[in-house]
Design a protein around this ligand. Sequence first.
Ligand code: SAM
Length: 299
Amino acid sequence: MQPDALIDPFGRGITSLRISITGQCNLNCFYCHNEGQSGHESQMSAGHIANIISTAAKLGVNKVKFSGGEPLMRHDFEDILAAIPEFRNVSATTNGVLLPKRAATLKSAGLDRVNVSLDTLKPQTYASICRCSENVHSMVLDGVRSAVDAGLTPVKLNMVMLKGINEDELDDMISFTRGFDGDVILQLIEPMDFGNYGGSVDMDIIEKDLASRASDVVERKMHRRKKYMVDGAEVEVVRPIDNSRFCANCSRLRVTADGKLKPCLLVDDNLVDVGRADIQELESLFYKAVSLREPFYKG
Ligand code: SAM
């Protein structure tokens, strides 16, 4: 018999899992939300991660995104990918630093595509955002090219819009994106305030500007995100703040690096521990976490 689908008390079906596979990161971006974790977690074995993902698949999840920390810090990321069942969409969000060495093996192991965090095309600005040396920037650009060459496409560039830091770079980022002939999509993200950011640029102004230049505008079902086609470049806008439509259309459940099901990035008091659960217990713990889900911003 088919198990019941995962549907929360607000009628939102869960079809997507975002799983942190390590709390460790090789960068230290000043605005980072670290997926709502402390960053000092222990990490789960590849086998346990595979059990969690297999259970999610059984319950109707068809999309999985790996995150961190930095997921490529896990040397066994390829083993994790090889151990999970077939999904419609297997992706990772990465800072791209280690992609030049790993893009091809990750693709062979089952990764479909990546998001690469790239807030700026200027090495000096990059170094000040990510608190690293300037030469890291060229490694990330190599990472983007390696991901495209390996077919981890479309590569989405995650650009967090930061007041006074990268707001003048939108056109340059659009041109950079266009240079990949459709293999790269630019994703503009409104920063969430975890007590460590410098304020976001006005996303209304950005969207109006994109709309005035776009040949086509499409609304995605996922979080009701808007996509603009600007001179052949695809630009998607992610606006989670004060956005009840974003929450009403959220189909995502999170897993922290130390094995807690996390119903919402912005809430910490409803985590469900699956770190030591055996495969038989996992199913009921998924239903429990989903029963605790509620929209952070209500309409
Ligand atoms: N290290 C990986 C990376 O760089 O993609 C995975 C973890 S990182 C937390 C995942 C994504 O969250 C990145 O694209 C990053 O830009 C975004 N992010 C981090 N802090 C954020 C914030 N305060 N508001 C919005 N997005 C944020």
